[in-house]
Write a protein that binds this ligand. Sequence first.
Ligand code: GTP
Ligand code: MG
Length: 393
Amino acid sequence: MLSIALAGKPNAGKSTFYTAATMADVDVANYPFTTVDPNRGVATVRTECPCLELDERCGNDRCRAGTRYVPIELLDVAGLVPGAHEGRGLGNQFLDELTNADAILNVLDASGSTNAEGEPVEEGSHDPVGDVEFIESEMNQWLAGIIERNWESIERKSRSPEFDINDALTDLLTGFGATTADVAACLRSLEYPNDPIQWTDADRETLAEAVRARTKPIILVANKIDSAPKATLERLRSAAETVIPATADGELALRRGVEAGVIEYNPGDEDFEITGDISDAQRAGLEQIREVLREYGGTGVQRALNAAVYDLLDHITAYPVQNETKWTDAQGNVLPDAFLLPAGSTPTDLAAAVHTDIAEGYLHAVDGKRKRRISESYELEDGDVIKIVSTAS
Ligand SMILES: Nc1nc2c(ncn2[C@@H]2O[C@H](COP(=O)(O)OP(=O)(O)OP(=O)(O)O)[C@@H](O)[C@H]2O)c(=O)[nH]1
Ligand SMILES: [Mg+2]
């Protein structure tokens, strides 16, 4: 399953975001290092279900009237303070936890109510623009440190006639999620000496940066937007390519309202409806949240997850079925499964995602929307419904 991690300084609202997105119960509090051990749970990305093209909706558990939610893993880790790569705060432990992630949501406190260490300060007294770079820089430096510490061993290995710098670096960086292809691409993009003995500190640092950027892309989430001045968001937007304004607190309140049966709201919606009996105070709170939704087109929690998976990681959703006409499995369930795959994936990649046996026995595939056989090299499109014919199916 795709894995997205929430990173940021302490007290930025990572655990609130995590709770809202997974509805798991975790500790949230207004002091640094509330979270020590990482939380790992299931969140979802939101997409249009292909059942919108059918006469009736599919009725899948994860489809609400044609809005489909596809599972991903979400990680909530300890907050990070400047100097974490040298072990400050809970630094190294936190950084180790991020090695499993495919992408990072860097959660910022846009309200400026916490300082660089995550300690509560007067609202607006800390400039969040100063927090934009540091997660990336801590991760880069941490990885550079790992490469540096292992360089002697790479130099020793380089005396062997079979030595290959790409293989040696892949061995070292595989734990960080880097494949041979990633390492090769990073080495190609920069000019390095072939002989490890000639590498400089700067070479190792640029390699660390390139590997980090490729294997752990980051987008910014400007959280606590409900108490942030508009000008701050504008300044954040000029400091980074993608900034997603969010109110994790607001999303959590809405999801709790849904659980309590007093609100109608689908995660990612631009508005909600109050349908049950609530107190005046609760209503006033919800109306405040509504204003934020109107201003930003939603709470931003779902948008951030979607941006990570569909934009940053460039994935598509594909739906394997057994009956290409009715789009059902053997039991008659309509559109029973949804898989997230990198753009450019083929029917054989989808087969491998479903089951190794299905992939091993792969014969051919049928496009359920266009009702035609497709080749092994066909590039799947977002929303494709595919029947895989396999000796194992
Ligand atoms: N105003 C506002 N406050 C928020 C929002 N999201 C979270 N908070 C508050 O920010 C504080 C910290 O929230 P947490 O979710 O515990 O933050 P964290 O990043 O997990 O903190 P650590 O685990 O200590 O690193 C809590 O008091 C939350 O209620 C939001 O959208 N708006
Ligand atoms: Mg936390």
